[in-house]
Structures are given as C-alpha cells and as structure tokens.
Design a protein around this ligand. Structure first.
Ligand code: ADP
Length: 310
C-alpha cells in the first residue's frame, strides 16, 4: 500500500511518498495512521523513529520516476524497461538483480545520460537533471584497461581528463595503490595482471573520477568464486571507509544480498521493479552471515521474485 508521511499533525502537507514499508515503520503504522484516497497517511515525528536510518527523510541521491525505454532496431520494437521507479539514498548500497535482458545495463545508460527515457524522470539530488554525464563514476562489465598503459597510467585517466598534469595525477594515484593491493604493480601492464587485480585497477580508476555515486555493472561477473568473494569483502571495506552511494548490478543473488542495503529485483523484459527487499543483515557484513536463517529466507524470497522455484 502506498504510504504518505506527514509532519507532526495530519494537516501538514505530506512531504514524501513511498511504496515501501520498512519494518519499524509498519510497527508504527499499526499504532497510528489513516486511509484517504487509497493512501495511508502516517502522523510521524522525527523523534519516534530514526527517519534517516530508513532513508525516508533525506533527499534521494538518485531517483527514477516511472522511467520507460523502448528500442526500435531493424524493424523490431523492444520494450526494455517499463515504469521503473526507485530512489537511492545518500550513502546507500543498492544492488540490482534481474535475468539477462531485463534492462539492467539500459538502466545505467539512462542514469548516466547515454540514453534518454521515452517517459518518466531521472532526478539527481532531488532535481530533474537533463545533463547527467559526469555525475557518476561508472564501471562497465569489462575492465576496459588500455593495454599500452601501465596500471598507474591507466588509473590516472579520469584525473588527466580533468586537466590535472600527469605528474600530479600519478602522485595522487600512487598514494591509493596500497589500498587496492596494487602498490607493487604500478608499472605493470594489464596483460600481466590477474583478473582480480584488473578489476581492482578498474575500480580505482572509477573511484578517481571522485564522484560521490558509483555505478558498478557486474564488476565481479567474470571472476572465479574465490576471487569474487575476496573482492566483495574488499569492496565492502572500501565502502565502509568512503561511504559513497553505490548502485551495483549483478545476477548473483547471494552477492546482491551480501553486499546490499536493499536489493531491487527486475522482472524479465520489459524490466519492472518486481521486488525491493530491505536486507536484514547488520553492518559490517561478515562472511559467516550467509549461514544466518534470515539470509536463507531472503535468498528464497529473491529467488521467488526471479521466478525460480525454491
Ligand atoms: P541486461 O543488462 O539486463 O542483460 P540490457 O539492458 O542489455 O539487459 O538489454 C535489455 C533489452 O534491450 C535486451 O532485449 C536488449 O537486446 C535490448 N537492447 C539493449 N540495448 C539496445 C539497443 N541499443 N538497441 C536495441 N535493443 C537494445
């Protein structure tokens, strides 16, 4: 049921509307609220629950409202995304899963402005922004490291693009190499790196765009299971430190749950938000949490939303 939050009394203009119902808000709703025109109004004050922690009071960093996209190619009409509405709060780690062809990459292309929606709106920091390029650190599925440049010279590309002299850019990037486990590989070329190292280099390059929102498109998809887990934990450690807003595409359900604050599930084409799950795990995440009963329960819920029989 759509929920509309009001201020301290029922006459205050509603501030924000959401279709989600966080658990603690549901508890609150059981105590107070009223129905009007199909919306549930809740009288609420910041003292009753921590609105920040459930991501309701802060302006979303990124918001999509009823976004749809259809492609027309070779006489074919492909409806890729239909009425996508979602909001990502500042500092949130949102994971997105969906079957192949459900429009996950199209979603990123729309967010970054490489594509325009046929209908709907995309808001950055609460404002409809038609010039979205340059607002995000974007890491595509393949690492796209330039084979003729060393690791150091690959990662400084975003700094160079901003006109920072190469020597200064190198100094800045070199300081970050240890955090990415690449301090001994500054002068190596991509071909000599392992898959995990290449992804770490690509991620460092993305982070050096110095944008506060990162869009990561299946960054660990091509890695073996062990390296993948290692990089998941490493990425979480990095995120705990920098607290950037992250939107992370994956088609690995366990990865989506382990990393995310919430998981958005896209339906098969045309992609719609089939489920938006608030992950029931504390931070910081620890590998052992995958053995918790709620992890298994939420895995089942996600698989069911994906149409997999559990
Ligand atoms: P996913 O990333 O979830 O695998 P995509 O976003 O790549 O899905 O694609 C969603 C659907 O849109 C697919 O059916 C794909 O073939 C189609 N599509 C994506 N980009 C284009 C394009 N530029 N022209 C025509 N069809 C496209």
């Amino acid at each position: 049921m759509p929920i509309r939050l009001c201020g301290k009394n029922k006459t205050t203009t509603p501030k924000r509307e959401t279709t989600e119902c966080p658990d603690n808000l549901c508890v609150y709703m059981a105590q107070a609220g009223y129905l009007l025109d199909g919306l549930f109004y809740v009288t609420i004050s910041a003292g009753d629950i921590n609105l920040e922690s459930i991501g309701i009071m802060s302006t979303p960093k990124l918001e999509l409202r009823n976004v749809s996209k259809t492609f027309h190619a070779n006489g074919m009409v492909v409806r890729a995304l239909e009425n996508i509405s979602l909001a990502v709060t500042p500092g949130e780690f949102l994971t997105v899963i969906g079957p192949s062809g459900s429009g996950k990459s199209t979603l990123f292309n729309l967010i970054t402005g490489l594509l325009e929606p046929d209908s709907g709106e995309i808001l950055l920091d609460g404002v409809v922004d038609v010039v979205r390029a340059g607002h995000f650190g974007y890491m595509p599925q393949r690492d796209l490291l330039l084979p003729w440049r060393s690791v150091l010279d690959n990662v400084i590309i975003p700094l160079e693009l901003r006109g920072i002299p190469r020597t200064d850019a190198r100094t800045r990037a070199r300081q970050m190499l240890p955090m990415f486990g690449l301090e001994d590989f500054a002068d190596s070329y991509p071909a000599s790196l392992s898959g995990g190292m290449r992804q770490r280099a690509a991620l460092l390059r993305t982070i050096l765009t110095e944008r506060d929102t990162l869009l990561l498109d299946e960054p660990f998809g091509a890695l073996d299971a062990l390296t993948r887990r290692e990089l998941q934990d490493w990425l979480l450690g990095l995120w705990e430190q920098f607290r950037q807003t992250v939107v992370f595409i994956t088609h690995d359900v366990e990865e989506a749950l382990y990393l995310g604050d919430r998981v958005a599930v896209l339906s098969p084409r045309p992609g719609r938000v089939a489920n938006m799950l608030a992950v029931d795990l504390p931070r910081p995440r620890r590998r052992g949490m995958i053995a918790l009963p709620q992890f298994g329960r939420q895995m089942s819920e996600l698989l069911e939303s994906l149409g997999v029989e559990v």
